[in-house]
Design a protein around this ligand. Sequence first.
Ligand code: FAD
Length: 349
Amino acid sequence: APAPITTDVLIVGAGPVGLFQVFELGLLELQAHVVDALPQAGGQCIELYPEKPIYDIPGLAEVSGRELTQRLLRQCAPFKPGLHLDQLVTQVRPREDGRFDVETSAGTRFDAGALVLAAGAGAFLPRELRLTGIEHLAPGQLHQRRLPQPLPDDLDGQHVIVLGDEDDALTQACDLADDGRCARVTLLHRRDQFRASDALQARLAAARGAGRLHFVAAQPLALHTTDDGRRLQALQVIDADDQETRLEAQRLIPLLGLSPRLGPLADWGLALQRKLLPVDTARYETAHPGIHAVGDINTYPGKRKLLLCGFHEATLAAFAIAERLRPDQRILLQYTTTSPRLHELLGVR
Ligand code: FAD
């Protein structure tokens, strides 16, 4: 296994607050690595409302979720954070020397002096298709993510059902339909209305019109399999009028969007209060020394889940971490406007 990455601070979550945490730590000359389950930074801002304007960021009268993310990335860029995306922080082990061993689902390991949990409502993970017996299917029949490119070579003559109504689902269904090897490509969604982009809906309409793709407005109900439960034969579905249909299928591709799940964070031995981490309001530290929590994941008297509050929390957490990692030093407050040292760090003059 590759050696662990040694860092001052490991941040769990590249949402807006995790990104600002990088900046505040950087001003105090602390290096940070950030891990996120999503393939891109920005957390809720990018996943839930990229195009919606936010009106309550101080000094920015109006900014979209996407633009705020871009601005935060630009702001923390001088500190060159290690961004480790598309992976889940799965393990956190406090060590006797006060540092932490951290591991991700991609096998990335860290040796960190402090942890900041900026985990929001949890990791954004694919919403799973829950049907009795689905875990017994032999590999290759259920894809919780888009099929890899190029498409697998065993599609010939298969009945494939793609489930979902977002961009990924429509893209996958249309790609399979255009590929032409499947015997039948079906897109399944509870109603004939989609959240995907207009362009993809046009592509879907064209494929449906040409008979390359079938659409069924219904919800999955049960699996039909061989007696041993290993081979998928069909999917039982139910429509809005409670009519049930059996759709032949050898492959299921649920692309049901992402939803935040606390996941592994609940197993790290931290005391959670209604899925939130209680912290003090001077250091934003959990009951475990060296593990801080900022943004939507924390709770304290008067807590409000607002970006502005998360940014403040990240600022004070950074000072507390600097005190922890440099106990012999007085941590000075310097202004970004006037400090030559900060200008040097920021690469500005
Ligand atoms: P998040 O944005 O939730 O980011 C957390 C990140 O951590 C996620 O990307 C997640 O994948 C990752 N993560 C969690 N656990 C793990 C793990 N174990 N491994 C890897 N990654 C992990 N706030 C305002 O102030 N003003 C507004 O106008 C406003 N409008 C909003 C509109 C909507 C529709 C919504 C949903 C929220 C709005 N908010 C607004 C709230 C604001 O978006 C949140 O307060 C903010 O996103 C919290 O940031 P965060 O960094 O704490 O968490």
